[in-house]
Design a protein around this ligand. Structure first.
Ligand code: NAP
Length: 248
């Protein structure tokens, strides 16, 4: 069976690191992205130069029609998905809950939560032995914010990641007897561009003193945990929430 890996938000940060490592581990990789085509194509070219197989497909995970098209594009070019990483995620400007507008809450929940549900739905329809598939693995990228709450920064984002944790537990039990494992990683502070969206590009430098290891994490360190959970090495793990936080 061809190993086919779909990574949402695979063009930058943790997603891009997962795409590179996934290709090096023998997966044909689909890099989904929302706006930044140049970044997605750069990862595709890097993988091709290293002898791997990758495609880039645009689509907003919060839009159902985009998600359906994404998985159809994968069917047509790489074959049906066998591994999904629900990595695409957003946060917005740091603020207190009392200042949050409904439109913002809707954007945060749509991209982070509904997007992961829709992508998992498409994956399960293809992977589940109940639907004639051959099984597979899903990793949801949550955040340690689900446990810490992100007060004064983005409680909305933390709550969305709390939903991802519950989603991981529930879906893992729903499909465990159908050949699909579902797990999550919960990164701590990682050096990526996401912190700029919160208005604090250097957030890792400020927060790292509160990390027991006294440093921020690298995207590759999260990617390695994701690839392990996807692999047969994790064959008896499902419904796990794996913290990748430097001990935080
Ligand atoms: P990032 O550097 O900001 O990259 C985000 C990626 O997601 C980009 O490829 C972006 O594509 C894509 N994306 C955003 N919204 C999307 C949408 N609606 N549909 C499809 N793609 C979308 O983020 P990151 O730091 O690597 O974060 C990746 C995941 O890790 C997220 O779920 C995040 O919550 C989680 N996480 C990160 C940290 C951290 O410290 N960095 C900590 C805990 C958890 P475009 O560039 O095309 O918009």
């Amino acid at each position: 069976m061809n190993k086919v890996l779909v990574i949402t938000g695979g063009s930058r940060g943790i997603g891009a690191a997962t795409a590179r490592l996934g290709a090096a581990s023998g997966y044909a990789v689909c890099i989904n992205y929302r706006h930044n085509e140049a970044a997605a194509l750069a990862v595709v070219e890097e993988i091709a130069r290293a002898g791997g197989e990758a495609i880039a497909v645009a689509g907003d995970v919060g839009h159902e029609a985009d998600v359906v098209r994404l998985f159809e594009a994968v069917d047509e070019t790489l074959g049906p998905v066998t591994a999904l990483v629900n990595n695409a995620g957003i946060l917005e400007t740091q603020m207190r809950v009392e200042d949050m507008e409904a439109a913002r809450l809707s954007r945060i929940l749509t991209a982070n939560v509904i997007g992961s549900f829709l992508c998992a739905r498409e994956a399960v329809r293809r992977m589940s032995i109940r639907h004639g598939g051959q099984g597979g693995a899903i990793v949801n990228v949550s955040s340690i914010a689900s446990r810490l709450g992100a007060p004064n920064e983005y409680v909305d984002y933390a709550a969305a990641k709390g939903a991802i944790d519950s989603f991981t537990l529930g879906l893992s039990k729903e499909v465990a007897a159908e050949g699909i494992r579902v797990n999550a990683v919960r990164p701590g502070v990682i050096y990526t561009e996401i912190h700029a969206s919160g208005g604090e590009p250097d957030r890792v430098e400020r927060v790292k003193a509160s990390v027991p290891m006294q440093r921020g994490g690298k995207a590759e360190e999260v990617a390695r945990a994701i690839l392990w959970l996807l692999s047969d090495e994790a064959s008896y793990s499902s419904g796990a929430l794996l913290d990748v936080t430097g001990g935080r």
